[in-house]
Design a protein around this ligand. Structure first.
Ligand SMILES: *Cc1c(COP(=O)(O)O)cnc(C)c1O
Length: 310
């Protein structure tokens, strides 16, 4: 199967809808996922410049930081990762970041901005030309990555002669969702794009998505849109980032066994469960529903022990 390919799911979740999945987890660099898709575009920009050091930000389980560390190492660029000290734990992603030779700088979450600014200044004083990539690959370049993904979805629709009524996915920094919404606006589509928040609550979470959408529309010199264009659902965040429950574990197990596809408790498993609950709650029936697998493969292995013991 091609990376990012779409296929129909065997499991119907007993919800009387047709389910499809887009496998962005198979994006071909550094264990894939939406962060690899975004990072590819960031590095296309970076490769055109004389940047000689990379700085970014993320937690110890961040897929974004793993991908950026890997892509920096591929180019022989030093990479600095600012990481909040709160809840820092060793994960497969953090181990890979070490393997790639990135320098992890831990600081309290309240000092993140200052720590980033200081690192940039320090590198400049040493005659480096550093490039800062926002946490999660946030920004217009990240948004563009999911406009491209939206075009792939359109292509699938036209080849297969179907239309998706809904797209569901895990929403974090909101960049993925912003790209999908921009893609929808640019195509004059009516499908519903439902971002299942994995951490943030409204109104903040939805507002960040909207700001990203409008930032991109502004760049295209198009009219801004309002919050009515954003479906950022915060009903399934539980106690916050990384928190999960027994139903999420059950969904992950069942999906792996029935469809052979792995999900994790922080992002995709949580969103998959949220999608299930949302469809039930809103009595959605007889629709074509696309779930975007946004990646996070290493996190599945972090979760394996709890899955077994569950
Ligand atoms: C970061 C991440 C998300 C959220 O993407 P955003 O663009 O930050 O909203 C979803 N799934 C996985 C696996 C991620 O790593």
């Amino acid at each position: 199967m091609d990376s990012g390919a779409i296929s129909k799911l065997r499991s119907c979740l007993n919800l009387n809808n047709d389910f499809y999945i887009k496998r962005d987890d198979l994006f071909p660099t550094s264990f894939g996922g939406n962060k690899a898709r975004k990072a590819k575009l960031f590095f296309e920009e970076i490769d055109k410049t004389n940047v000689d050091a990379i700085i970014t930000y993320g937690s110890s389980s961040s897929n974004h930081c793993r991908v950026i560390a890997n892509m920096s190492a591929m180019r022989g660029l030093p990479c600095y990762i600012i990481s909040p000290i709160e809840n820092y734990k060793s994960t497969f992603n953090s181990k890979m970041i070490e393997l790639f030779g990135s320098k992890i700088i831990q600081c309290p979450v309240s000092d993140v901005k200052e720590t980033i600014d200081n690192k940039i200044l320090e590198l400049k004083n040493k005659s480096y030309n550093p490039y800062f990539i926002q946490g999660g690959g946030h920004g217009n370049i990240g948004t563009k990555a999911y406009i491209d993904a939206y075009e792939e979805i359109k292509k699938y629709e036209s080849i297969e002669g179907i239309k998706f009524d809904y797209i569901f996915h895990a929403s974090g920094t909101g960049t993925t969702q912003a790209g999908l919404i921009c893609g929808k606006i640019l195509n004059n589509d009516i499908k519903k794009i439902i971002g299942i928040s994995i951490a943030r609550k409204n109104p903040y979470g939805g507002q960040v998505v909207l700001d990203s959408v409008n930032s991109y529309l502004e760049y295209l010199k198009k009219d801004k849109v309002d919050i009515g264009k954003v479906n950022f659902i915060d009903d399934y965040v539980l106690e916050g980032y990384g928190c999960y429950n027994k139903e999420i574990l059950d969904k992950i197990k069942k999906f792996l066994i029935e469809d052979g596809i792995y999900l994790d408790t922080t992002y995709t498993g949580k969103a998959f469960w949220g999608m299930y609950e949302y469809i039930k709650k809103n009595k959605i029936k007889g629709k074509n529903i696309l779930f975007i697998h946004t990646g996070g493969t290493p996190l599945f292995f972090d979760d394996l022990e709890v899955l077994i013991n569950e």
